[in-house]
Write a protein that binds this ligand. Structure first.
Ligand code: HAM
Length: 458
């Protein structure tokens, strides 16, 4: 049997419904903050990621899915979304738009050749946002709070925000020298990769997966002790703004992030929930003021964040958050003979177009088996089509909970279901419900507010 590739997932059934719900909350919240959706390619030129994410990062050296296309071009499946968004910002000259900063969000699959384990996949889905064109610490606080608020809107309670700053270029250079001085005398104790990292990019020693438990790493100099005045003050401003937004955070000097493009604010949000394991980071981000210029565009101050949807869904399940997932249907249409089937086909379409969730029989089951199928689909109502009733312009409806049945006029079906299911006409009393024919007779074609039938008459 052909199996899915290692580190990939099939999302279906109830889990797929949770994903769709999570995505709907992401869309709705991003909209409130006026972030616009952006879609960039799933693969980009390899060079973009090498220049953007950094030649000596684990992502670029060990984790990219690279391929040469049929035209001989070197391509890479995107391992993250930020580099592609910056490429798009530069290529489409969005920096020329007077409407700065450009605030965008995305949601898509990313690819990293990692050792698969719980919460760490090779195909992962990330949502993220980027603000391009503002250096104001206000944006740092807003991006952090937006991330937190998405988690809160979804119902997660046990989250923890860790922030740190890497400072500006001057601060980072001072820090780099301090790291080299610190690690040089002990470099033999570290892995081979770290030995090459020492001169190339000593910061990357700090997120080495091999040496992560080594005391040397734990006691290494902290960025926060090497900040110049500007960087320190900037960090204070970010914290002030977070306080105004009532976002609780902890300054964690160990956060350096695994991508090279960051400066100033960096942050990670953890899920403090039992069973989430070592990968308890829900999402992370930070400021990256030089990435656009690094890939050939103008110097553009930016900040962003991304979060794995798989990990987020896992956190929701572990916290046992109750989600408004619709798992039942409004109506199941049953039939036996060909005439009834034809009517079911027509009626299902009518009802669906009127806004009801409707399913019907597709495999020629017996009536008894159709009742079972209606139960399996958690149908609230069942309509039993029967030629005789149809000839009389009637339909048998069964409340699938109470099992009570009644025969009603076909013309009243929509109003009947509307009232029973509270889908819009719930405030209409029995007396006010009148049949479609009556309504048409009485309506002057411009019924507006007085019409409770759910139709609009032009
Ligand atoms: P990142 O920390 O590499 O940052 O990834 C962000 C999030 O993506 C992680 O916290 C995690 O939730 C999820 N994630 C990453 N790798 C995996 C994996 N192998 N399996 C499952 N989930 C994973 C970035 O990607 C940056 N682009 C974030 C950013 C946006 N910085 C600025 N703007």
């Amino acid at each position: 049997m052909i199996q899915k590739p290692k580190g990939c997932n099939d999302i279906y059934g109830r889990e797929a419904k949770i994903w769709k719900y999570v995505e709907s909350i992401i869309d709705a919240t991003m909209e409130k903050y006026n972030y616009n959706y952006i879609r960039t390619p799933i693969f980009e030129s390899t060079e973009l990621f090498h220049r953007g994410i950094g030649e000596s990062t684990d992502i670029v050296t060990k984790e990219t899915y690279d391929f040469v296309d049929r035209g001989g071009r070197k391509m890479t499946l995107r391992p993250e979304g930020t580099a592609g968004v910056c490429r798009s910002y530069v290529e489409n000259k969005m920096y020329g738009d007077p409407n700065q900063p450009v605030k965008v969000y995305y949601n898509g699959t990313m690819y990293r050749y990692e050792r698969p384990q719980s919460g760490r996949d090779r195909e992962l889905t990330q949502f993220g946002m980027e603000v391009l064109g503002s250096d104001d610490p206000f944006t740092d606080a807003e991006v952090i709070s937006l991330a937190v608020n998405i988690y809160k809107m979804l119902g997660l309670k046990e989250i923890k925000v860790n922030i740190n700053t890497l400072g500006d270029k001057e601060s980072r250079d001072m820090y780099r020298s301090a790291l080299i001085d610190y690690f040089k005398p002990h470099i033999e104790e570290l892995c081979e990769d770290c030995q090459t990292r020492l001169e190339k990019n000593p910061l990357r020693i700090l997120d080495c997966k091999v040496d992560s438990d080594n005391e040397l790493l734990k006691n290494a100099p902290k960025t926060i002790d090497y900040l110049n005045d500007f960087s320190r003050e900037r960090f204070e401003q970010v914290k002030d703004y977070l306080d105004i937004l009532q976002i609780k955070y902890e300054v964690n000097p160990n956060i350096v992030r695994g991508l090279d493009y960051y400066n100033h604010t960096v942050f990670e949000i953890e899920a403090n929930v039992k069973g989430f394991g070592a990968n308890n980071v829900l999402g992370g981000g930070g400021r990256y003021n030089h990435l656009c210029s690094e890939i050939g565009g103008p110097e553009t101050p930016c900040i962003g964040f991304a979060s794995g949807i798989g990990r987020l869904v896992m956190a929701l399940e572990l916290e046992e958050v109750k989600l408004p997932i619709v798992e039942d249907i409004d109506l199941f249409l049953m039939y036996v003979n060909e005439d009834e089937k034809k009517y079911a086909l027509y009626l299902a379409q009518e009802l669906r177009m009127s806004g009801f969730i409707v399913d019907t029989e597709y495999t020629g089951r017996s009536l008894k088996a159709q009742f079972k199928q209606a139960d399996r689909l958690h149908a609230k109502y069942v309509a039993i089509l029967n030629s005789e009733d149809l000839d009389n312009n009637e339909i048998k409806i069964r409340d699938n909970k109470t099992k009570e049945e009644e025969i009603i006029s076909l013309d009243a079906l929509i109003y009947y279901l509307d009232e029973k299911l509270n889908t819009g006409a719930s405030d209409v009393t029995e007396d006010e419900i009148y049949s479609w024919e009556e309504h048409e007779e009485n309506c002057d074609g411009d019924c507006g507010e007085s019409c409770h039938c759910g139709h609009h008459h032009e």
